[in-house]
Design a protein around this ligand. Structure first.
Ligand code: 5GP
Ligand code: ZN
Length: 119
């Protein structure tokens, strides 16, 4: 199966190594790296290596891979030792939700106390 890649996509360039990133975890189909502008003590992005513009298109095309993203996020949380204290997983989907990079990714945020409520 061919892996979709978008030559103009920032995260595709991180996958190919054209743009450097601090990689913390990698599988054949996923990559986890530190966000360049962290919003919490731990802020990691977990992405499929294949290019899908958002989580919805990823889940529609490869639901099993969408699940792997969640497993990898949980693994990264364990690596960071924040699994017990708790963490947030966020999929911004669409510009109106604050998505700025249109390659599917889940934010793993942790290492601090989060208050109730989402916005
Ligand atoms: P979004 O707003 O699309 O949900 O999240 C995109 C995230 O990518 C942002 O949190 C932003 O800080 C991060 N980001 C943007 N450019 C780079 C980059 O070149 N390297 C890394 N590691 N993260 C980036
Ligand atoms: Zn991409």
């Amino acid at each position: 199966m061919s892996v979709p890649i978008d030559a103009d996509c920032l995260f595709c360039k991180i996958v190919t190594g054209d743009i450097p990133a601090t990689v913390v975890r990698e599988t054949e189909r996923t990559l986890a790296f530190r966000d360049i502008n962290p919003q919490a003590p731990t802020h990691i992005l977990v992405i499929p290596k294949a290019h899908y513009p958002n989580a919805a298109t990823l889940a529609a095309a490869e639901p099993e891979l969408a699940g792997v993203l969640l497993s990898e996020a949980a693994g990264a949380a364990a690596d960071e030792k924040i699994a017990d204290s708790g963490y947030r997983l966020i999929f911004n989907t669409g510009a109106g939700a604050g998505q700025t990079v249109f390659h599917a990714h889940v934010h793993l945020l942790g290492g601090q106390v989060f208050h109730e409520g989402l916005v």
